[in-house]
Design a protein around this ligand. Structure first.
Ligand SMILES: NC(=O)c1ccc[n+]([C@@H]2O[C@H](COP(=O)([O-])OP(=O)(O)OC[C@H]3O[C@@H](n4cnc5c(N)ncnc54)[C@H](O)[C@@H]3O)[C@@H](O)[C@H]2O)c1
Length: 353
């Protein structure tokens, strides 16, 4: 990243010093023109660990106390807690006029999501959802190849995320939740589907729990009918045993009327044309210095999302995954659970409709 960004350095606070926030902190430290000046976590041990790791003096175990102490000095807040806390933390930040970045899933229900989006809009506060999957280099390149018309008009898509990686080790709460793979991982894959094919008219979904040690579903298969006519399959599994486990890669197939795209494992993007030729592009991400295997594609996307958020702040534009846009991704999650419970095709809610 360039170290010469014009304008004032944006000052922010991080709330939630847990597993994933470490990536967010590393990414902030890689970016010029932004500084995290305060940390908050209700768990003093996690707070102390982040304080030592990142050398930040100002720490708070309570967000309200933090805002009171730093009133008027914070340009933004990066909320990296799990979902439950968002319904309190987003309004609190909005009251203090700080721009908000909030982790996904940004609300536990569509009703809460609607309330938080409207409240931020009323206060003129920007609300960006930390939806990073569409910022993975391989996925971004696939989106761009499709959008630039390389395979013509798409009519079929498949986005597949199948792995046996032990996600419960770093995130033990994932074994406890009643709603697991669609809400935690499927939400990202559904967001990729929206980035590729636009809004969804209707969807069907079936789920299964394979791992008996967990409470929620660890396998989900969805069929989406997009408004522009694409039929897409979104399939997710954390119960798939593979010798060459692709974690955490999403694999993508798109068929268009002038060719096909295949995003294969290990970052190979194939573009097949109507004459039967195939060009293969290397879309491997350039991993940040602090990244590690197998997480590096995700860590690269965290840095890319935050870089784009920063640029958006400077230019006065919104990010792609602002609150009202992300509402439509959250609505697909909601629709998927309704479809799975009823075995019916469901029409998802849509922002502004
Ligand atoms: N985008 C991705 O690729 C990705 C990957 C993993 C996790 N996540 C998301 O990140 C979020 C956090 O996940 P995690 O695994 O880091 O969770 P975590 O439990 O490890 O960390 C959350 C932290 O927030 C703190 N916290 C909770 N409520 C708080 C409050 N009111 N005030 C202050 N601190 C509070 C907790 O004490 C904890 O330290 C989740 O929503 C998860 O879905 C995203």
């Amino acid at each position: 990243m360039s170290n010469e960004q014009p304008g004032k350095t944006l000052q922010g606070a991080l709330i939630g010093c847990g597993f994933f926030a470490e990536n967010q902190m590393r990414a902030w430290q890689d970016l010029a023109g932004v500084e995290i000046v305060a940390l908050c976590d209700r768990d003093p041990q996690r707070l102390a660990r982040f304080q030592a790791l990142f050398g930040i003096e100002d720490t708070f175990t309570d967000a309200e106390t933090m805002f009171a102490a730093l009133s008027g000095t914070l340009d933004f807040v990066d909320i990296a807690t799990t979902t439950q806390a968002h319904a309190t933390l987003v309004p609190l930040a909005a009251r203090h006029g700080a721009a908000i970045i909030c982790q996904k899933p940004f609300a536990g229900s569509l009703e809460t999501a609607r309330r938080l989006i409207e409240l931020c809009a009323d206060r003129g506060v920007s609300l960006g959802i930390h939806e990073n999957f569409r910022w993975q280099r391989a996925i971004r390149q696939t989106i761009e190849a499709l959008r630039s018309g390389e395979i013509g008009r798409p009519f079929f898509g498949r986005i597949s995320y199948r792995s046996g990686f032990d996600v419960y080790r770093a995130q033990p709460y994932l074994a406890e939740v009643e709603r697991f793979i669609i809400e935690d991982l499927g939400i990202h894959v559904l967001d990729i589907a929206r980035a590729l094919f636009g809004e969804v008219e209707r969807l069907g979904c079936e789920t299964t729990r394979v791992n008996p040690e967990i409470n929620g579903e660890d396998v989900a298969t969805l069929m989406l009918r997009h408004e522009d006519g694409v039929t897409a399959v979104v399939d997710c599994s954390y119960a798939t045993r593979l010798a060459d486990d692709p974690f955490p890669q999403s694999l993508i197939e798109v068929d268009g009327d002038r060719g096909s795209l295949r995003l294969r494992q290990d970052f190979k993007l194939e573009i097949h044309d109507a004459e039967g030729r195939c060009a293969v592009r290397d879309v491997r991400p350039e991993p940040p210095a602090w990244s590690e295997s197998p997480w590096f594609p995700i860590q690269q996307s965290v840095l890319a999302f935050q870089a784009d958020w920063l640029e958006a702040q400077r230019l006065g534009r919104s990010v792609e995954t602002r609150g009202d846009d992300n509402f439509n991704t959250l609505a697909l999650v909601d629709a998927a659970y309704r479809a799975a419970a009823t075995h019916q095709i469901v029409v998802p809610e849509r922002w502004g409709r």
